[in-house]
Design a protein around this ligand. Sequence first.
Ligand SMILES: N[C@@H](CCC(=O)N[C@@H](CS)C(=O)NCC(=O)O)C(=O)O
Length: 202
Amino acid sequence: MKLFDLKAGMNPRRVRIFLAEKGIDIPRVEVDMKAGENRKQDFLAINPMGTMPVLKLDDGTHLAESISICRYFEELYPEPPLFGTSALDRARIDMWTRRMEYEIARPIVEAFTHTSPFWAGRRHQVPAAGDLARDMANTAMSWLDGELSRRPFIAGDNYTIADIVAQCAFVLGRNTGTPIPPGSRNLQRWYQDVTQRPSARA
Ligand SMILES: N[C@@H](CCC(=O)N[C@@H](CS)C(=O)NCC(=O)O)C(=O)O
């Protein structure tokens, strides 16, 4: 088994944090995105979408979606549970994970891709779309700040995959011009808590 990784990437970070929370250590290969390694034939043969992370299993199977990779490890190593245990728990965590993906991670990524010089020449950039995405991210952060006044973690009393998705988005946001506003006290408190976990440095 090995993980094709991208140290700076939001989605590979989800998998590394997840594995660290579970205490799982697997071999990793860093893909050189700046050199375009992920767009070359060798890597495209592994994942035609040209994205990381990719988990390669010993039988040659590949999984190329961060949440699917995490789900696979959850099945193999159920403790500590990060996707929930009861039917309701699982559904609630899934609901919050999807919300973190669509309401938080997506606009932060869009703001980055449409406005950063890093993506110039690699992606079609529409700066106004980036500005709109940044506004949407800020609106979603204000909503999430209110939600976090009522519970310690995104989906309830425990740290879950929903927190991992959100914290990785906010790491990207902090580095790319969409930080958590200082006035969002609950969100700031939550971010401090999750980023102080040892797994945050994975
Ligand atoms: N939905 C995928 C997205 C993967 C993805 O977009 N990865 C980014 C890094 S965070 C990437 O590899 N980008 C390279 C590129 O677009 O060229 C997942 O969650 O695994």
